[in-house]
Every structure is written in C-alpha cells, then in structure tokens.
Design a protein around this ligand. Structure first.
Ligand code: CA
Length: 235
C-alpha cells in the first residue's frame, strides 16, 4: 500500500479543527475526506472503506465511542480518537473499544499527521515477512527483536501488529528482562499522564499483547504476572 495514496476519513463536527486537519493531511499527499456526523461516517465507511479514521469523541448525533463500537462490527480500519484534554475515562474506554491511538485536543496538525503515518506504516497489508536478525536498527532480546526507531517488535521472526500502547508496554518490559515493573511504572512509560485507571489500562493491554504473542506462536506466556506488584518478562 502506497502511503501517499492512503485514504483518511476525518470525523469531526468542529469546522475549524476539521479544516486544519484536512489541509495538513492533503498537504502530505493523503486523500482526506470529512464527515461532521457519526451516522454519516458509518454510512460512508460501509460503502467505501478508509485506511485510517480520525474520530472525534464528542459528536452531536452519536458519540465517537458508539461510532467505533459499530464500526468494529464490520471493519478493522485503524481508528485514532480525538479527545478532550485530560479525559481519562474517555481514553480507557476508547482503547477498550479497539481504538489504535488517541490524540488530545488541542493538538498540532503535524503531530496528527505523524500519528496517521505511524498507523499506516503498521497496518498489516500482507502477512509480515520474516525480518533478518542482522537487519540494521533491530536489537535482539532473546526471542524478541526491537526496532526502537520504527516502533516495531517481532517475536521469533514474526512482526507483531502492536498498538502504540502495546508497543510501549512490551518495549518497557524488554528493556529490563526479568525485572518486575509495577503498573504505575509501565503506565509512566507508555502514557502521557498516569491516572487512577492506570491498572486497568495496563491490564487491558497486557491481555491483548498476550493474545498477539500467542498468535505469533508463543507456547508459554513470556509475560509473567506478579500479584500485587506488576509484570515481568521471562528472562
Ligand atoms: Ca466535537
């Protein structure tokens, strides 16, 4: 998939934000379209798919969460939520609904374009090709290899399709194999602000991460839960 032909749907009712975003995306060569309402966005996505959806949480007809929940019944298109500042509840719920990333308002158009680009780069276009151990940029940690620049991790030659949070979590565990990291420590490494919901958020992502490792062929769960303490990676 050519990154520059990628189609981005922006679902946002605030005209000023939508216009800024559309302008920034089009300047980078993306094919950007816009819906101001949730139902309109769902109808459009049913008839014509997008490569990435940027979805405002606060829409006037049905909320962004509801849109995402319904979207997931027929599409796995990457979703980047736009949320109001410091809305912890939104963030956790958004991630549980299968969003891939979120951006907090106010955001810079440049940051948003970078997030869109990162999602497109990680979208699995085809079964991931094995990565050579000797490939520059990859650092090997046992069965894992990390490309810190490209924000990618592979497990036994299989490239894992990780969200930003799963990547941050696994990369933090890999930095200190065998060491127990508390949920608060893991939260600090992967999230912008720690919060009361940190434990639940980390647990949610450990769960999805384990499922992906199983899918990549991990026989024994390499992430060990230490009750009341946190998580550690098998050394
Ligand atoms: Ca809004």
């Amino acid at each position: 998939m050519s990154e520059h032909a990628a189609r981005v749907l922006v679902v946002e009712d605030e005209t000023a934000i939508a216009d800024t975003l559309l302008y920034a995306l089009r300047s980078e060569g993306y094919q950007a379209s816009h819906c101001a309402l949730g139902r309109q966005a769902l109808a459009q996505l049913r008839s014509e798919s997008a490569d990435v959806v940027v979805l405002d949480v606060g829409l006037p007809d049905i909320g962004g969460f509801e849109v995402c929940r319904e979207l997931r019944t027929f599409s796995q298109v990457p979703v980047i939520f736009l949320t109001a500042r410091n809305d912890e509840f939104d963030r956790v719920l958004g991630l549980e609904l299968g969003a891939d990333d979120y951006v907090t308002k106010p955001f810079s158009p440049r940051e948003m374009v970078a997030r869109v680009r990162a999602r497109l780069r990680r979208a699995p276009a085809a079964p991931a090709a094995p990565v050579e151990a000797s490939e520059p940029g990859w650092k090997v940690h046992g069965a894992f290899a990390v490309d810190a620049q490209g924000l990618r991790i592979r497990y036994r030659e299989v490239l894992l399709d990780l969200t930003r949070y799963e990547y941050a979590l696994l990369a933090a565990l890999l930095q200190r194999p065998g060491a127990i990291l508390s949920r608060a420590q893991l939260m600090e490494r992967g999230w912008d602000h720690a919060s009361d919901s940190a434990d639940r958020t980390v647990d949610t992502h450990v769960k999805t991460l384990r499922a992906k490792l199983r899918a990549a062929g991990a026989q024994d769960d390499p992430i060990r839960t230490h009750r009341g303490l946190g998580y550690a990676l098998e050394a």
